[in-house]
Design a protein around this ligand. Structure first.
Ligand SMILES: [Zn+2]
Length: 487
C-alpha cells in the first residue's frame, strides 16, 4: 500500500467509526438507540420549527420499521423549568412537569435518567410525578433521604434501579446491553443523597461484568466529568450524556464516544450498535439527526402536545399575553442558559436589567437574581411574548430603593458568593464609579427586595418603593420586559 492509499484507507476507517452528521443509508445494527436530553418544551422551539416530542417519536417510529429493536432514552432534565409548569390547572395547583410526563407517557421511552432539574421539585410533587410515569427512571447514585433512612426513590412502590438491562437479538445469539445512569450532585436538597459518581460506577461495573455483554452510560454530568469517566472506564464504549444543552461528540478512545444532543430536542443522536463475534459490543455509527419539519409527527403524541398548548394559550391570554406575538429580531441567540446566567453576566440578563431600569427615572443600579430566569436555553430569533413568559415564568413586581455605596458593595459581594446558584446577580451599573459614601438608587425584583435571596437577607431593611408610573397590574417583570421590547 503506498502512502496516499494508506491515508485514504485510514480516513475511510475514521469515517466509518466516528460520529456523523448525516447518514445516506441504514447501517447494519442489532439495536438502535435514540438519545435525547434536556427537554423543557414539548412543542419545540423557534416557532415550532425545531424540536417537538411528536417528531422525536416519529423518528423512533420510522426506525422501528427498519430495525427489530429501537430504544428511546433521555439523559435527564425535563420536569422543570417551563412556562406550562408554572401555570395553574383547574384544581389551582401548578402543573410542575405533569404535562411533560403526560407527553412522555405517550412515547416509547425505555430508560430515563434523572437530571438536576427533576430535583427542583419538592419531594411530594416529585413523588407524584414519579408515580404518574409509565416509563422507567434509572439512577445509580441518587437516593431519597429523610431523618430515618437513605433509600432508593420509588415509582409506584417499585424501587428505582441504577441500571436497566435489555435483551438484544443478534446473529450470534442473545446479548444483554446494560444502561447505567449517574447524576451530578448539583442540586442540593434536603430530601436527596448523592453517592460518589466514580465509586458508584466502579461497583456497578463489577456487578454488571457477570450480567451484561456491554454497558453504556446514560449520564447527567458536565462534559469534563463525562470525559474523565470515559478515560477511567475503558470498557464503556458509549456515554450518552445530558446537561450541556448543545450537541457534540467527543472521542473517548478507539470506537468510544461521548454524545450530547441539543436541548429541547432540536437534535437527537441515533446510535447504531452491533455485536462482534467475541461478544464485546461495539458502536458502528452514531449519527446526529436534526429534529425538524422533515420528520413526520406521531399523531398520538401530537394530540397530547396540542391539548397542553391550548391550555397554555388560554391560561396566558387570561393574563393578557399573546404567546406568538413577535417582539424583537435578533442577529445572535441570547444566552439564557442556567449554567451561564448563574455564574456570569449574559446578554439576556443585561436586557432584562435594562427593561427594569426603564421603570424608574432615577435608576443607578439594577440587580436581578439569575434564579428568576428559567429559560435554560439559548433564545433564538425572533423573540416572542411566549419566550419572555418562558424566561420569567414566576413574574414578580419591580421595586427600587436608595442604598449607600457600602451596602452596594455588600450586595455585589453577596452576588459573587452566590455564583452557581439562583442568587448570583445580573448587574447593570449606570454610573461609572461607586464610592463608599455615595447614595445610589437600586432597582431589583420583589423577591430580592424582600431579603429572600441567599446572603442578601439584609436587603429587606431598605425603604423600597414601586414605580410611580405603573399601575399595579402593569408592575410585573414580564409585562415590563415585553413593553420595553415593543417600543
Ligand atoms: Zn442539567
Amino acid at each position: 500500500m503506498n502512502r496516499l492509499s494508506t491515508i485514504l484507507y485510514l480516513a475511510a476507517l475514521f469515517l466509518l467509526f466516528s460520529c456523523q452528521e448525516s447518514v445516506l443509508e441504514y447501517p447494519q445494527a442489532d439495536v438502535v438507540i435514540v438519545q435525547v436530553n434536556d427537554i423543557y418544551e414539548i412543542d419545540g422551539v423557534n416557532q415550532g420549527k425545531g424540536g417537538n416530542l411528536a417528531r422525536v417519536q416519529g423518528l423512533v417510529d420510522s426506525l422501528k420499521k427498519v430495525y427489530p429493536q429501537v430504544l428511546l432514552v433521555h439523559a435527564g432534565d425535563f420536569l422543570n423549568p417551563s412556562l406550562i409548569g408554572n401555570l395553574k390547572d383547574e384544581s389551582g395547583e401548578k402543573v410542575k412537569g405533569k404535562h411533560m410526563v403526560d407527553v412522555m407517557n405517550a412515547m416509547s421511552f425505555d430508560a430515563v435518567a434523572f437530571g438536576n432539574h427533576e430535583i427542583d421539585l419538592n419531594y411530594p410533587t416529585l413523588k407524584k410525578r414519579l408515580n404518574e410515569m409509565n416509563f422507567d427512571m434509572i439512577s445509580a447514585n441518587l437516593f431519597f433521604r429523610d431523618s430515618a433512612e437513605i433509600r432508593a426513590f420509588r415509582q409506584n412502590e417499585k424501587e428505582i434501579k441504577g441500571y436497566k438491562n435489555f435483551e438484544i437479538n443478534t446473529k450470534s445469539g442473545l446479548r444483554t446491553l446494560s444502561l447505567l445512569s449517574v447524576i451530578l450532585p448539583y442540586n442540593k436538597k434536603d430530601y436527596v443523597h448523592y453517592q460518589n459518581v466514580n465509586s458508584t460506577i466502579q461497583s456497578n461495573m463489577i456487578d454488571l461484568k457477570e450480567k451484561a455483554d456491554g454497558v453504556f452510560l446514560l449520564t447527567h454530568l458536565n462534559r469534563r466529568e463525562d470525559n474523565e469517566l470515559g478515560e477511567k472506564f475503558q470498557e464503556i464504549n458509549l456515554i450518552m450524556g445530558g446537561h450541556d444543552h448543545y450537541n457534540f461528540c467527543d472521542t473517548l478512545g478507539s470506537e468510544r464516544y461521548l454524545t450530547k444532543a441539543d436541548a429541547n430536542a432540536r437534535t437527537a443522536w441515533v446510535h447504531y450498535v452491533s455485536w462482534s463475534d467475541n461478544s464485546k459490543e461495539f458502536l458502528s455509527k452514531s449519527v446526529l439527526v436534526d429534529i425538524n419539519n422533515e420528520i413526520k409527527k406521531n399523531i398520538k403524541v401530537e394530540s397530547i402536545i396540542e391539548k397542553w398548548k391550548q391550555f397554555s394559550i388560554e391560561k396566558t391570554s387570561e393574563q393578557g399575553y399573546q404567546m406568538s406575538n413577535v417582539l424583537m429580531e435578533i442577529e445572535r441567540p441570547l444566552d439564557a442558559r442556567e449554567e451561564s446566567i448563574r455564574s456570569q453576566q449574559t446578554d439576556f440578563g443585561k436586557l432584562v436589567c435594562e427593561a427594569m431600569a426603564s421603570t424608574f427615572d432615577t435608576a443607578d443600579i439594577v440587580v436581578l437574581n439569575s434564579g428568576s430566569i428559567r429559560y435554560d436555553d439559548l433564545m433564538l430569533n425572533p423573540v416572542t411574548e411566549g419566550d419572555i413568559l418562558k424566561a420569567l415564568p414566576l413574574g414578580g413586581v419591580i421595586k427600587g430603593a436608595y442604598v449607600s455605596g457600602v451596602d452596594l458593595m455588600k450586595i455585589y459581594k453577596a452576588g459573587k458568593l452566590n455564583e452557581g446558584s439562583g442568587g448570583y446577580l445580573q448587574v447593570l451599573q449606570i454610573p461609572q464609579g461607586i464610592t463608599e459614601f455615595g447614595m445610589y438608587f437600586l432597582v431589583t425584583t420583589s423577591y430580592v427586595s424582600a431579603g429572600r435571596e441567599k446572603n442578601l437577607g439584609f436587603m429587606k431593611d431598605f425603604e423600597w418603593e414601586v414605580p410611580k408610573d405603573l399601575d399595579e397590574g402593569e408592575n410585573d417583570i414580564r409585562k415590563i420586559l415585553i413593553e420595553y421590547l415593543s417600543n
